[in-house]
Design a binder for this molecule. Structure first.
Ligand SMILES: Cc1cc2nc3c(=O)[nH]c(=O)nc-3n(C[C@H](O)[C@H](O)[C@H](O)COP(=O)(O)OP(=O)(O)OC[C@H]3O[C@@H](n4cnc5c(N)ncnc54)[C@H](O)[C@@H]3O)c2cc1C
Length: 111
């Protein structure tokens, strides 16, 4: 993937964006190289943020009900979407598998 994309794009991996700025009307992003700490500065037409998603089990604490979650906080279910607590099912993003709207809708119908 990296090889193919690199034909047309400058691809930086293992970099953490630490700051974005606007200078003379131009958008500038600063990214720190996680291996050698050097900071790479680049100018962009637009900046897209793909922040990802995390579980909110850290504030909901489902384990207090007997519903077990994995290390990342996603609720554990079996093939029938049953949690570890009888009578409680989980579906959609909460189980951290295929985080799409149509998956959540489909799983809701199954449950
Ligand atoms: C930016 C973005 C773009 C996306 N684009 C697409 C796309 O193009 N196509 C696609 O298929 N999927 C897309 N998704 C994913 C899709 O939105 C989710 O997979 C889907 O909404 C999951 O449905 P859900 O019912 O499991 O969770 P949610 O839709 O997140 O519903 C959970 C609900 O629970 C509520 N809630 C949370 N905590 C509590 C609490 N303590 N008490 C009461 N209520 C609570 C929340 O407010 C929320 O309303 C996108 C997601 C994001 C973030």
């Amino acid at each position: 993937m990296k090889k193919v994309l690199s034909r047309d794009l400058k691809l930086l991996v293992r970099h953490e964006v630490i700051k974005v700025d606007v200078r003379d009307g131009k958008k500038i992003a600063f990214a720190r190289n996680l291996d050698d700490n050097s900071v790479y500065e680049f100018q962009a037409d637009e900046i897209l943020v793909a922040a990802g998603r995390i579980s909110n089990s850290d504030i909901l604490r489902p384990e207090k009900t007997g519903v077990k979650a994995d290390k990342q906080g996603w609720i554990k279910v079996n093939e029938y979407l049953e949690t570890s607590k009888p009578g409680i099912w989980a579906l959609g993003d909460a189980i951290g598998k295929h985080m799409f709207r149509h998956t959540a809708n489909y799983e809701a119908e199954l449950v």
